[in-house]
Design a binder for this molecule. Structure first.
Ligand SMILES: NC(=O)c1ccc[n+]([C@@H]2O[C@H](COP(=O)([O-])OP(=O)(O)OC[C@H]3O[C@@H](n4cnc5c(N)ncnc54)[C@H](O)[C@@H]3O)[C@@H](O)[C@H]2O)c1
Ligand SMILES: [Zn+2]
Length: 391
């Protein structure tokens, strides 16, 4: 008889001794890791990779698989590889085709095949060089390749530097369901190099700003006010503003993830704007950037919160004004119907009995707590009304 070990341990005294055995795997886990902020960091990265990691006597790996995509790779991978080589480290570059439509298990398998052919084994580590797509896919590859090898995040989009590179969620899409296959796998270290943001398109930069504004709303009124006061400098990518933005984002995301690494409750607040946002993104055929969809999704969730009496209207006005100044959309495109959005949100794994799950703001910097939970099911009629007002 197979007995799950936690249950077996609790009831073992009631089981006859000759019917089972316990494989005792109680462990204390320390998944802590540093986030390093800087500008022009590749040399530091190479130097660090040569040194023993904290609490270890040897370097992270003896060879490094730089996983990147076909847009960002040509810009930055040669420079990173050159620095690694100058530091006496072996590396090879593996390309994923750019674009969310390539966030598939097949693309990960293709990279893993190439890594195997190139002799990458358990003594290797992955360097994830790119946006959220690369970070999620390279992290997932690290979680399963050779039953798990270390990985380092070198995020190059504002979204990845502010959000996806921190927290250890990795994975790929399956069909039209985002991130259905994945693993929690924390990086060994994250290097946030704001210089890489200089080549990012205006659209991708704005997309990352949506998550930045989201962070202010869900947890930090002061950070929100900083963005309000410095939005022009942020958009001009002034280095001082960028440092404040990435540091603030990582502080907020890190503080949430530390309390709730596996999204039991508090981490759900990071999904603000994502219930309707994900649906709108998918219904645009993924032609709409993620952050744009989240921006519209935050307007929908904000309106739901106003309608249910949780959020005073003035805060919604402030949210909308900042999203507009950041160049983000705040209205649902006419080509996407309310009914389709609702139908898709109900397909989500978190939906129950015809109601989708939302996290709702109470004011700038604080989310509503429903009993003990940060998320609540919202009736379809309330959602439809909010969608209609977001046009
Ligand atoms: N793991 C998480 O917690 C988490 C959180 C949010 C989003 N995500 C995931 O992140 C992904 C979206 O990430 P994204 O917005 O960074 O998209 P992305 O990685 O697709 O990057 C957007 C585009 O910018 C290019 N690019 C990246 N860096 C560049 C640079 N410095 N200069 C020029 N071009 C550059 C890319 O090649 C791509 O074409 C989605 O798959 C989403 O599911 C994950
Ligand atoms: Zn997001």
């Amino acid at each position: 008889m197979l007995v799950p070990h936690t249950r077996a341990r609790k009831s073992s005294s009631r089981l006859p001794a000759d019917t089972h055995q316990i494989v005792n795997l109680t462990r204390t886990l320390d998944d802590s890791y540093p986030i390093v902020f800087g500008s022009g960091l590749f040399e530091n990265i190479a130097r660090d990779m040569r040194e023993p990691t904290p609490n270890a006597t040897k370097p992270l790996a003896s060879q490094f698989a730089i996983i990147t995509d076909t847009n960002v790779g040509p810009i930055y991978a040669p420079a990173l590889q050159a620095k690694l080589s100058q530091a006496g480290l072996k590396s090879a570059v593996f390309y994923i085709p750019a674009g969310e439509e390539n966030k598939t298990i097949e693309a990960c398998v293709a990279v893993m095949r190439e890594m195997a052919v190139d002799g990458f084994g358990r003594d290797s580590a992955i360097l994830a060089l790119g946006g959220g797509l690369v970070g999620d896919m390279a992290g997932f590859t690290a979680a399963v390749y050779s039953r798990g090898i270390p990985y380092v995040q070198i995020p190059t989009t504002l979204l990845a530097q502010s959000d996806s590179s921190v927290g250890g969620k990795t994975g790929v899409d399956l069909g039209d369901v985002k991130n259905l296959v994945g693993a929690f796998k924390q990086p060994t270290v994250v290097y946030i190099d704001i210089q890489t943001l200089s080549t990012l398109s205006a659209e991708d930069f704005r997309s990352g700003l949506a998550e930045t504004i989201k962070h202010g709303i869900i947890r930090d009124a002061e950070f929100f006010a900083f963005i309000e006061g410095n939005i022009d400098g942020v958009i001009a990518r002034d280095p001082n503003c960028l440092f404040e933005v990435v540091k603030g984002n990582c502080r907020i995301k890190g503080s949430v993830v530390e309390i709730d690494p596996e999204e039991q409750n508090l981490r759900k607040i990071l999904n603000y704007g994502h219930t309707a946002g994900h649906a709108i993104e998918a219904l645009s055929g993924f032609s709409m950037p993620h952050g744009y969809a989240v921006s519209i999704g935050m307007m929908v969730a904000g309106r739901i919160s106003v309608a249910l009496g949780y959020l005073p209207e003035g805060y919604l006005t402030r949210q909308k004004a900042l999203l507009l100044r950041a160049g983000l959309p705040v209205q649902i495109p006419p080509s996407i119907s309310n009914e389709d959005i609702v139908a898709l949100t109900l397909k989500d794994k978190k939906a129950r009995e015809g109601r989708a799950m939302y996290v709702l703001p109470k004011r700038i910097g604080e989310m509503v707590v429903f009993g003990e939970s940060y998320a609540t099911y919202v009736d379809k009629a309330v959602v439809l009304e909010a969608l209609e007002r977001t046009r």
